[in-house]
Design a protein around this ligand. Sequence first.
Ligand SMILES: Cc1cc2nc3c(=O)[nH]c(=O)nc-3n(C[C@H](O)[C@H](O)[C@H](O)COP(=O)(O)OP(=O)(O)OC[C@H]3O[C@@H](n4cnc5c(N)ncnc54)[C@H](O)[C@@H]3O)c2cc1C
Length: 673
Amino acid sequence: MALAVIETRKDVQDFSVTGTKAGLLCSHTFIDCTLVIPGTDETLTMAMQVCTKIEELKRALSARLGFIEPDSLVFVTRQGCTFRKMQDSDQVLRRMCVRGIQSFKPPLHKYEHPYGVIGAGYNGIKTALFLLKDGQSDFILFDRYDKIGGHCWLESANKTTRLQTEFASYHVWYGTHWSNEGVKECGGVPKDWEIWPTRDRILEHFELCARDYGIYSHCSLGVNVQTVDLVGKPNDADRSFQFTCQPVLPNRKDVQGGEKLAHQKQENQSSDGYAAGFKRDKSKDPYLFTCSCYCMWPGNLTNPRQVTYSGEETFGGFVEYGVEMRCDYNNVIGQKVMIHGHGAFTMENIRTCCEYGAQHIWVVCRKRNLTCPRVVSWFINQSSPAITGAQCLNMLQQAYKYCNYDVWDMHSVNANPLRTTAAFQQKTRFGIGDIYFLSCAYGLTEIVVDEVKRCSPGTVHMASGEKIEPDCILKCLGMLPDWTVDRVCKIKFLRGLWINGDPRRFTCADPDGIYASNFSGTTIGPAAYSWVKLMKHVWDCPNEWKELDDAGYLDTLPVKYANEPEPDTPAYFINARHANGASFTFSIASATLQEKSANDMDYKHWVVNYCTPAEKIIEAAKKEWDDYEQSFRDKGMVPKDAPYIEYPYTVEYIEKQHKVHKEEVEAIAAKRR
Ligand SMILES: Cc1cc2nc3c(=O)[nH]c(=O)nc-3n(C[C@H](O)[C@H](O)[C@H](O)COP(=O)(O)OP(=O)(O)OC[C@H]3O[C@@H](n4cnc5c(N)ncnc54)[C@H](O)[C@@H]3O)c2cc1C
């Protein structure tokens, strides 16, 4: 078992004293003390000062075990042919038995009622994996849909949507217990999966995981959790939460284009629109479910922002939203398309329009947001430790040169004049995709930074007075969160990721935007892994939360109310800064959580490189780039004799970036020394 150090009195001693005072000095020498739990083969070796007292060891071990009652620990030593119970005032010995515990791992707190998990999307499935791993099989996973996979992939995605980040850092069974060598379920590490699977394959992967890990038997699908009520007082040890569960009829589209569903038709609907789209199942009665702890994973990419332009009815061409399978992309074949918005969905729509042979694409946006090439996303996701903002920008520039754009000048970048440090702040996440750069390089895609003022027949008029003449308009204006979440869970505020500051009520929904000066991920895999770990750690070690709270450590957790700090946002809707602050504050305070997470970055590096080594990602991304080059010519989108554009990244380039990364890490470490 890992070594720990107990160092109690080194700094409070005055070794210059003489006489009787010197006799009171404690030994400065350290010894290795090995603790043994009788009846098990578990041992724990800790470096301790010789003068350490049993009372001090009790307190240290209690903290390590999630702040169990220190006096429940009994230390015993062998004395001749008998055993002696050690007193609090005794000094520690090199070998001691500990009674009162079964393991050196913190015990899992036992609650009276089951756990409740709301949302069977990515995060809900991950929660189920964590609970089952620890034998905590007393839980129910609720979702309104009749299938697992979540709103993002069941409803928001198009048939044509592909994963933008690599499967290696995304797959839902990502984590040392499930995606590792020797694990049979789901085939273990997914090194033979596609790097960027389609929406249908992503849904298959959720189902594979749920089947192989026995998650289905814990699912209540087609059930809307209508309200969650607190039973008891907020601080009662035996408080519980009562869900009112309403069976509903799934309302899901599975065909691209064609007739829209009722909830998709509403223009300018309130952001409650989506949840309201589920119809009550009149053949089934509502029922109650009681739990001791619950988590709500509602996602926040729920309702597409809907906008109707002035004069839109006169435009005369095809106008549709580029999400939720609403668009029949046959309408863009050979056409000039305006895509409105510059977020992640825009990347998918540029790709799809290019695949369907659109003639020209204008991306109209108020602000140009950062777009990440596939290889840069991969490099970030495999990095351990994180790469600096400056390295990230230099890597991005390698592709941005094809757009004749200096990425260091972007509104979201805050850099020093020497361009050696950079921080990012933007309200939208990275869109990831190479075709953005390729199509910009050919002039097929053009970025128009402006605002749409109105439409007239065949024309879109901009606020600047400029106009464009597209045949079709695809709206990709971002997603709005779902206000019903605050109402269902009666959220007054979030303290960190805890509803109303209660450690037994947790929520986290796709934190919005980018706020960072270094990058270790563009993908949900490692993030969800750490959120669920954090949530479960607090459930499993409730005493630690109390200790940290009493000591004031949790006072610095970020707090979020509805409409504050960002207007028009429910309390549950957090941005990346809030999410990072919450995880960071807790991890700094909790040594036990730090220990549980110590290998997470190394694991991330290993799993990404194991499934998708540099050669593999470069080969796949380059092949896709070359295939698009060919298809542009075949479809007459660019002249057949147009010069080919080289894929901007090579294996040698990546090797060089690894060196840059290593040097930067060493330089930072040297500064700290
Ligand atoms: C099209 C698309 C592509 C994406 N691509 C990537 C990518 O390439 N890489 C990446 O890292 N991330 C990507 N994302 C981000 C995505 O958010 C995550 O991958 C993930 O799917 C989020 O899962 P979730 O469980 O938090 O939320 P969701 O998938 O939104 O699931 C939330 C679930 O909660 C249920 N629910 C909510 N309230 C209730 C209630 N009261 N009662 C019952 N059920 C309820 C909903 O029905 C829903 O199924 C993408 C997102 C979208 C939309």
